[in-house]
Design a protein around this ligand. Structure first.
Ligand SMILES: C[S@@+](CC[C@H](N)C(=O)[O-])C[C@H]1O[C@@H](n2cnc3c(N)ncnc32)[C@H](O)[C@@H]1O
Length: 302
């Protein structure tokens, strides 16, 4: 699923080598302090520019590991066990937002005529179909999307050209279900503001379904060989699990299912919004290395 060796690991190895060289060389040369460590901000900007190139890649230039066409059955397999049932319970007046939709194949499958896929793969839908919004930074709409959109009109929308944080609540409206399969949750450089935005778009009683791979797992032992892709630390630099951080958010109920046996090890996350006064503990970005998904390290502000 993940085709490249973690760039963060490579960066850490390079940094460790650099530190070793500096420890040996600095006393002899008395280098200025600034030389001992490349400032984080220019490095992050460089990596953000590389990340943009991944989003903009087309045709043969799209990296093999940057998958943009997962269908609804893939979503049902990746997301926590209640996702399919929750989607099936939506009715015609409800709304589903898929953040980081890529080609929006999951929405295409949801809207495909019932006999085009096995019922279990379609998520049962006795109450009729919800309207759906696909969001992607880059426009990856296919002919199939254009055809369906032409027949359904406003029931489905595809939003591209900017990331989630640049949309207002007025533009998007509220949703009963928000999904994110290797989308913004795995790619954003500002995880706490991303979560704040997601929760602001969720109706009270609604659910956010997502996953994160190569993280410190909540309810299972990490493999000693895990090459962490998203790391969180507290203000003192001690490791914090992504689910522990999420559980500090006010007005949500967080359920995590740790899949230690998956390759890669993955946390399945479901967040139910239970009241409107949401407040997400803030984090700042310490490191970002472009990839699919990128490697990220965040620090809790308090
Ligand atoms: C690897 S693709 C995944 C596509 C799809 N979910 C799938 O599984 O096939 C990543 C998607 O996330 C989108 N994305 C990344 N960060 C985002 C953000 N902050 N806001 C909206 N979309 C984002 C990308 O533009 C792209 O559509």
């Amino acid at each position: 699923m993940r085709s490249v060796k973690s760039p963060m690991k490579r960066w850490k190895t390079a940094a460790a080598r650099l530190t070793l060289v500096i420890v040996i060389v600095v006393p002899a040369l008395s280098l200025p302090a600034a030389w001992s460590q490349e400032p984080a901000q220019p490095r992050i900007e460089e990596e953000t520019a590389k990340q943009k190139k991944i989003y903009q890649s087309r045709g043969a230039d799209v990296p093999a590991g940057y998958v943009t066409n997962r269908g609804l059955s893939d979503y049902a397999g990746f997301l926590s066990s209640g996702f399919c049932d929750a989607l099936g319970r939506l009715g015609t007046s409800d709304r589903w937002l898929d953040i980081g939709a890529g080609e929006a194949q999951a929405i295409l499958d949801y809207y495909a005529p019932p006999d085009d896929a096995a019922p279990a793969e379609k998520c049962a839908r006795p109450g009729g179909l919800a309207s759906a919004v696909a969001m992607s930074i880059e426009d990856r709409r296919t002919d199939a999307w254009h055809q369906l959109a032409a027949s359904l009109g406003e029931r489905i929308r595809y939003l591209a050209g900017k990331s989630l944080r640049h949309y207002s609540l007025e533009e998007l409206g509220k949703f009963q279900i928000i999904t994110d399969v290797y989308g913004g949750f795995s790619y954003t450089a500002d995880l706490s503001r991303f979560m704040e935005k997601v929760l602001s778009l969720l109706e009270v009683g609604g659910g956010f379904y997502t996953i994160m791979q190569y993280v410190h797992l909540e309810a299972a032992k990490d493999s000693p060989t895990t090459d962490y892709q998203t790391e969180l630390v507290d203000a003192a630099g001690r490791g914090v699990k992504v689910c522990s951080w999420l559980k500090k958010t006010a007005c949500v109920k967080v359920t995590c299912e740790s899949k230690s046996g998956w390759d890669p090890p993955t946390e399945q996350i479901n967040i139910q919004k239970v009241c409107s006064d949401v407040s997400v503990p803030r984090m700042k970005l310490l490191e970002f290395v472009a990839g699919y998904p990128p490697d990220r390290r965040f620090q809790l502000e308090r």
